[in-house]
Design a protein around this ligand. Structure first.
Ligand code: SF4
Ligand code: SF4
Length: 320
């Protein structure tokens, strides 16, 4: 019989920086199109693990000299591939004991990405764009809490990590929910975000008496900024398209519209196109890069939390 400890140790041995476990009961009340059991009905436990974003990956953007390091090692293929080892190792451990493991595609914006009104493949099925809320899964696995920015915060690395989720039919002891408090609602993320995308209406979920709260995010304004089309966050757009005067806070794009705009303009904004080609060379789908560098939601928040001395730092999972 596998223990939760064995699973977590395997994930960390194989490259994750931390790992936590939620039972499926904590997802009671989740919408069906965001519920793990919609993909894998036998799910009993969710294994959530993460890899830290190296602070150095932001340096080139801070210096105004290189935008590729964060894109590859902090956002896209490099850091995501770094969790593949943990996914394979934990899956093998579960399989050796006769359990299934189902890697779940994360992201809350996947539904926006799907073609609109995509029909179910059969009667009684949901449309095929189920989107597990990765950050919520991490909260339910006891790994940390939401910041007001809606970025997930851990006591080790604050806002600096990417997350992955495996669903399994193994019954594993869940971790207690995080009972600390990292986000002090300082508002630095909101004020520093060049896309004016953060700090909307309060949103929240209460599970087992623990309430997780965040401010709503304008995903369209974030996406056009993130893609480097907002002159307040990108030195490239004005250079290559001097006539373009996008006042991002006056735009009303959906996430999907902004997403597609980035691909279209990536063809004619040289540096955005360069990032797209660079990411393809690292094995990712060619796409515009993360030009904003998460200036508000990750960089400024991380500095704030470090200054307050609330981050534990460290390398691998502790307390186990
Ligand atoms: S900067 Fe970080 S700590 Fe401050 S409000 Fe935003 S998420 Fe919370
Ligand atoms: S990625 Fe950039 S635009 Fe988006 S929320 Fe973070 S700081 Fe704002």
């Amino acid at each position: 019989m596998l223990s939760a400890r064995q699973i977590k140790e395997q994930a960390v041995r194989a490259g994750a920086d931390f790992c936590g476990i939620a039972d499926i009961e904590r997802f009671d009340g989740a919408p069906p199109d965001m519920h793990p059991a919609t993909i894998f009905p036998e799910t009993r436990s969710l294994i959530v693990y993460g890899s830290r974003i190296l602070k150095g990956s932001y340096k080139g953007i801070q210096e105004g000299t290189d935008w590729s390091s964060y894109w590859v090692f902090g956002y896209g293929p490099g850091i995501l591939n770094s969790m593949d080892g943990a996914t394979e190792a934990v899956t093998e451990l579960l399989a050796a004991e006769g359990y299934e493991a189902v890697p779940l595609m994360g992201g809350r914006t996947l539904q926006d990405e799907a073609p609109p009104n995509r029909p179910p493949v059969a009667e009684g099925k949901l449309p095929p764009c189920i989107s597990i809320h990765t950050r919520m899964a991490a909260a339910l696995a006891g790994l940390g809490e939401f910041g007001w920015s809606k970025v997930f915060l851990t006591p080790q690395f604050g806002p600096r990590q990417r997350l992955a989720v495996l669903a399994t039919d193994a019954v594993l002891k869940p971790d207690p929910l995080f009972d600390g408090s990292l986000c002090d609602r300082c508002g630095v993320c909101v004020r520093t975000c060049p896309g004016k995308a953060l700090g909307g209406d309060r949103q929240g979920v209460t599970v087992e008496g623990r309430t997780f709260e965040w401010g709503d995010v304008d995903y369209g304004q974030c996406k056009v900024t993130h893609w480097g089309l907002n002159p307040k966050a990108s030195p490239f757009v004005q250079k290559d398209l001097p006539g373009m005067r996008m006042e991002v806070d006056k735009t009303d794009y959906t996430w999907f519209e902004a997403y597609r705009l980035g691909f279209a303009l990536g063809e004619i904004i040289d540096y955005v196109g360069l990032l797209a080609r660079g990411s393809a060379e690292h094995g990712a789908v060619s796409r515009p890069g993360s030009v904003c560098g998460a200036r508000g939601c990750i960089q400024a928040c991380n500095t704030h939390l470090e200054t307050r001395g609330v981050l534990r730092g460290g390398s691998k999972q502790d307390g186990e």
